[in-house]
Each structure stands twice: as structure tokens, then as C-alpha cells.
Design a protein. Structure first.
Length: 282
């Protein structure tokens, strides 16, 4: 199936039908518009609808198939994209502030510098997206999710540098989800990597970060009640003022983690098995 293979129809072909052209007649080219095999709208149609929208009008693009479309730098003006299939779509530099992306599939999407602040992504999936513009993984390329609704979101990604300040990540699942051949190798890492992310003031109730790499991330003042950090790398993570009641730290690496002022440590689980607890600041 073309959609699964990620192929595209040729952008423009100049051709002349056999037998339809007489000698000396001007050549009339056939122009084939760039489309994707499954998308039910084009990027141009979406742009036109957004351009014609009245001030404050929220256009409805929900339930659509917008797979593989180039939607880079578009201002979606808070549009509704609920339940839309956005597999492989390019949102580089797109403004998705306040947009409704609930229950969408953003798997393999390009989210370089995308702004999803205040967006509703409840129940969405973000599996193996493209986050950086090159192999240097510049943190400035990471998307912004500050103040977003990410309840129940499922993620498998390298999201280092992403902004989650004040976001609601209740029941968010950052545990590896997609089994693939070669997983665990250098080219197909199994662990989620969310280094140097800012989760300060976020709600992470029952969030699952088991086996994830969170080194140098900020979780100051975050609600981490019953969060799962089993086997996670929490080196240099700042938990100052966070609520860790009932959180699971089984076999987690706490080398250099800041637990000063953190609440609920007496009810946290797995501290007796945590690595480098003696090197954490308490």
C-alpha cells in the first residue's frame, strides 16, 4: 500500500497524450498536482480555508486523513484537528497553539520548532517523529507543549529540549511502545530520550517514564504523584519542590538528582533499589 510505504505521487509531469498531438501544434503539458496517496485534502486547500476564516473562527479539519502533507510554517489559528490522521505530516515551524489535536496520530510527523502551546493532544500518539533538523540534535529545534493538554498521550521519541511547562500529562505514557526489528541497537534506540526538558509546574500524575532517559530535565514544582520512573536515568534531574508521593524509583539512576524540598519522599517506592541515591541532593 502506498501510504504505508511513505511514497508520493510525482509532483509535476510534462507529457503529451499519444496520437493527440499534430506536427506543428503547440505542446500542451499535463500538470499533475503534488498529492499523497491517501490524503483527502491538499496543503493548498487547508491554507485557503485558514486564510478565508473570519477573525476568531476555528475551522474544522477533524476526522480527516492529512497523512504526509507539507504543512510547514502554517498558522492553524486554533483549528480543530481532532481524530485526524497526521502520519508523516510536516509541521516544521507550524503554529498549532490552542489547536484541538485530541486522539490524533502524529506518528512519524515532523515537529521541528512546532508550537503546540495550549493545544489539546489528549489521547494522541507521537511515535518516532522527526524533532531535529540535523544529526546534531539542537535543543532549539524541539517543539513546545507548554500549557498543553497531553492527558493519556503515548510517546516514543527523542524529545530532548522540549518545553512542557505547566502541561497536563496525567497518565502520559513515555514507555517504549513500538516493537521493531533491531530495537535496542545504536540506530534503533528502545528508550525514550527526554533530556533537558522543562516539566516545571506540570501535572504528571501516574505518568509512565519507565526506562526513559531524563538527564538534566527540570521537574520543579511538578505533580509527580504515582509516576513511574522504574529503571529511568534521572541523573541531574531537578525535582525541587515536586510532589513525589507514591512515585516508583525502582532501579532508577539518581546520580546528582536534586530532591531538595521534594514532597512525599516517605511514600515513594523503590528508593532502596535506586542507583546512586547517595549522590543525590536531599
Amino acid at each position: 500500500m502506498l501510504k504505508a510505504a511513505g511514497t508520493f505521487v510525482l509532483a509535476a509531469i510534462l507529457a503529451t497524450p499519444a496520437g493527440a498531438q499534430k506536427l506543428g501544434d503547440p505542446i500542451e503539458p499535463f500538470i499533475f498536482t503534488l498529492v499523497t496517496p491517501e490524503a483527502d485534502m491538499t496543503a493548498r486547500e487547508i491554507t485557503e480555508r485558514l486564510y478565508k476564516a473570519k477573525a476568531g473562527e476555528r475551522i474544522d479539519l477533524s476526522g480527516r486523513d492529512l497523512t504526509y502533507l507539507d504543512l510547514a510554517t502554517i498558522d492553524f489559528k486554533g483549528a480543530s484537528l481532532a481524530r485526524t490522521d497526521l502520519y508523516g505530516a510536516d509541521f516544521t515551524g507550524a503554529n498549532l497553539k490552542g489547536a484541538d489535536l485530541s486522539a490524533t496520530r502524529l506518528d512519524r510527523a515532523v515537529l521541528i520548532r512546532a508550537d503546540l502551546s495550549g493545544a489539546n493532544l489528549a489521547g494522541a500518539t507521537i511515535l518516532r517523529p522527526t524533532i531535529y533538523s540535523d544529526m546534531n540534535n539542537h535543543l532549539a529545534d524541539a517543539p513546545r507543549f507548554s500549557g498543553a493538554n497531553l492527558r493519556g498521550i503515548k510517546v516514543q521519541a527523542e524529545l530532548s529540549g522540549a518545553d512542557f511547562r505547566g502541561a497536563d500529562l496525567t497518565d502520559a505514557d513515555f514507555h517504549p511502545l513500538e516493537q521493531r526489528a533491531g530495537e535496542g541497537t545504536l540506530t534503533t534506540l528502545r528508550k525514550n530520550v527526554v533530556k533537558s526538558c522543562d516539566f516545571s509546574g506540570a501535572t504528571l500524575l501516574r505518568a509512565n517514564f519507565s526506562e526513559s532517559v531524563l538527564t538534566f530535565s527540570r521537574m520543579t514544582g511538578a505533580d509527580l504523584r504515582d509516576a513511574n520512573f522504574a529503571h529511568a536515568d534521572l541523573s541531574k534531574v531537578d525535582f525541587q519542590g515536586a510532589d513525589l508521593s507514591g512515585a516508583d524509583f525502582t532501579q532508577a539512576d539518581l546520580d546528582g538528582a536534586n530532591l531538595v524540598g521534594a514532597r512525599g519522599l516517605d511514600t515513594a517506592k523503590g528508593f532502596d533499589t535506586a542507583k546512586n541515591l547517595d549522590k543525590a541532593f536531599r
